[in-house]
Design a protein around this ligand. Structure first.
Ligand code: LMR
Length: 406
């Protein structure tokens, strides 16, 4: 007897919005085309080169790495400790008191999946709250891990002396429905997709809110160093972690080390006391074991080599500064070009926002029209990867986009 065609129960899924855009851009044969889609840094020539510090570290690794045997559930522990230092600073009581454990992971996304799996163990029928808007994959990861998701408002105040700041009252209001044991994903510096960050004061308010409501925070950091210097970028996050006793932090090295395809991330867990750390670690290891088993090694070894070597670290920081400065100057050029079309509000917003992305307030259907008529690629949300702009095409982009901007 022929087996029933079981796969016929499935229908074709649309491609992931950002990855689909990436593929469509590649296939576009028009001479002038602009890729403002997926969040990848590009230099003035439009390339995403391997960082010089990364190349130097790879040269070191070519001779120093003598085995490809498994490293164990936590991966490269020099890397784990280096990420802890990045997060908490070099002299942290939280780290020295044994309240922290960290696991290398396949990118920030791997860390997020394990983090959500952990929150599920605290309360299986809980909800994981995600900002609206957010990186679309946040809700996707939560659902794929078998948890429910809901969203909290994340928008700027329109008028008055705090215009342009995130409306924290609205965040609070949308979390009225949150129950003890729920989880929440809060993005660190350079919010994706809005480019609008919480103030340091709001980070403190957020920590108090999570504590009062017993919501378990997952702080997602994917753009460390793209908003300001490494220390400045984390002022708010560090204050949050001082006040919120329990938290998970997913840290990605994809963007700031340019290691995208190496899948280099770390999941860092902070417990209320050192006695709980081995318990937390045992669950994180257990969740990861059932998924990817053990983390990839090469990217983590590169980061460890860079962060443990003063010369390489200085070179990396210079390269990170270069990337950040270039994005900032592209923001200024784009703002000027938008002003020349009378789009002052959009210009002010792009200057206020930080990091790789800006969320343009575009009319419905604008992204499709820009793609079809002008070969400008951006997702339907109106998010642009500022690093995808070039001095040569900024005027073109602003001119094509202006009619669609509110
Ligand atoms: C983005 O938001 O474009 C990046 O984080 C890349 C991705 O995986 O979506």
């Amino acid at each position: 007897m022929m087996q029933k065609n079981l796969i016929s129960n499935l229908s074709l899924l649309p491609p992931d919005a950002l990855l689909g855009l990436m593929a469509a851009y590649k296939e576009d044969t028009r001479e002038i085309k602009v890729d403002l889609g997926v969040g990848i840094y590009k230099d003035a020539s439009g390339a995403t080169p391997v960082l010089r510090s990364v190349k130097s570290a790879e040269k070191v690794l070519l001779t120093s790495v003598t085995s490809k045997a498994y490293e164990g559930p936590r991966g490269n522990q020099v890397f784990d400790n280096a990420v802890e230092k990045q997060l908490f600073g070099s002299k942290s009581d939280t780290v020295s008191s044994g309240r922290i454990t960290s696991f290398a992971s396949p990118g920030g996304c791997g860390a997020l999946s394990v983090a959500v799996g952990f929150v599920k163990r605290l309360k299986a029928d809980g909800v994981v709250w995600v900002s609206n808007p957010s990186w679309p994959n946040h809700a996707h990861v939560v659902r794929a891990m078998g948890m429910k998701t809901d969203s909290y408002s994340y928008d700027e105040i329109q008028d008055g002396e705090n215009a342009g700041q995130i409306d924290f009252e609205a965040i609070k209001c949308s979390l009225d429905k949150a129950e003890p044991g729920d989880g929440i994903i809060i993005q660190g510096p350079c919010h994706n997709p809005t480019g609008m960050d919480l103030t340091n004061e709001q980070w403190k308010l957020f920590a108090r809110l999570c504590t009062e409501k017993s919501i378990f925070p997952i702080v997602d950091i994917a753009y460390h160093g793209f908003g300001a210097s490494l220390d400045e970028d984390l002022v708010g996050v560090r204050e949050f972690l001082e006040l919120a006793p329990e938290a998970l932090i997913s840290y990605s090295c994809s963007k700031n080390f340019g290691l995208y395809r190496e899948r280099t991330g770390c999941l860092v867990a902070q417990s209320q006391n050192a006695e709980q750390t081995p318990i937390v670690a045992s669950h994180l290891a257990d969740i990861a074991r059932a998924s990817y088993s053990m983390p990839p090694a090469h990217g983590a070894a590169i980061v460890a080599t860079i962060l443990e070597n003063d010369e390489l670290k200085t070179e990396w920081i210079n390269e990170l500064d270069e990337m950040r400065d270039r994005i900032k100057s592209l923001r200024s050029e784009m703002a000027e070009a938008l002003r020349s079309h009378g789009k002052d509000e959009a210009a002010n917003r792009i200057l206020r926002q930080k990091g790789m992305f800006s969320l343009m307030k575009l009319k419905d259907g604008a992204a499709e029209k820009l793609r079809e008529d002008h070969a400008i690629y951006l997702p339907g949300s109106g998010r642009i990867n500022v690093a995808g702009l070039k001095s040569e095409n900024i005027k073109y982009v602003a001119k094509c986009m202006a009619p669609y901007l509110f």
